[in-house]
Design a protein around this ligand. Structure first.
Ligand SMILES: Nc1ncnc2c1ncn2[C@@H]1O[C@H](COP(=O)(O)OP(=O)(O)O)[C@@H](O)[C@H]1O
Ligand SMILES: [Mg+2]
Length: 172
């Protein structure tokens, strides 16, 4: 993952990933920055790389086990070094009310929350969540667009931009 090409607006950045490893690494960098109470919403088609990104987040938080989307229906929990990562996948949600029953934000306040398919129940998430939009740009390439929903999200985006490895000069 190279330095984002442009930061279109404050709190927004687009990263280009050239393989699952790069997506996992960016997730790992975010995982090391997350604090209890943070919410990260992941949007994009099936196979876009959302769960791969969560694998990196969990690793960055110090979770040693494996992360898959098949081990739970709506919510998975991974114990990190200092606090838990809650991993919601709302793909199979039948009605938005089901998510209300989970009382997502309260249930997850002692840890960080990442959610796939948040558009299935957008009203249950805090408006200041950090959003990541995944775009499939090729077989192994993805665009990851980060959008901060508030001050905390802007801080996370700015840190991820600042810590990104510099663009390597490519030979022509
Ligand atoms: N640059 C990339 N970033 C993430 N995944 C990638 C990338 N290139 C190819 N892939 C593949 O795309 C798939 C993404 O799957 P997954 O993370 O489960 O998607 P989602 O959770 O968005 O449905 C994996 O098979 C992964 O190996
Ligand atoms: Mg998934």
């Amino acid at each position: 993952m190279s330095k984002p090409a442009l930061s279109e607006a404050e709190g927004t950045a687009r990263f280009a990933s050239r393989g699952p490893g790069e997506t996992r690494r960016l997730g790992g960098r975010l995982g090391r920055l997350l604090r209890p109470g943070d919410t990260v919403l992941l949007s994009g088609d099936l196979g876009a790389g959302k769960t791969v990104f969560v694998q990196g987040v969990a690793r960055g938080m110090g979770f040693q086990g494996s992360v898959s989307s098949k081990s739970f229906v709506l919510m998975g929990e991974y114990q990190g070094r200092e606090f838990k990562l809650y991993h919601a996948d709302l793909y199979r949600l039948e009605a938005p009310e089901q998510a209300e029953e989970l009382a997502m934000e309260e249930y997850c306040e002692d840890g960080a929350l990442v959610a796939e398919w948040p558009e299935r129940a957008p009203h249950v998430f805090a408006p200041d969540s950090l959003r990541v939009r995944f775009e499939v740009t090729g077989e192994r390439t993805r665009g990851l667009i980060l959008e901060a929903g508030g001050e905390r999200g802007r801080y996370l985006v700015e840190r991820l931009i600042a810590d990104a490895p510099p663009v390597r000069n490519r030979r022509r």
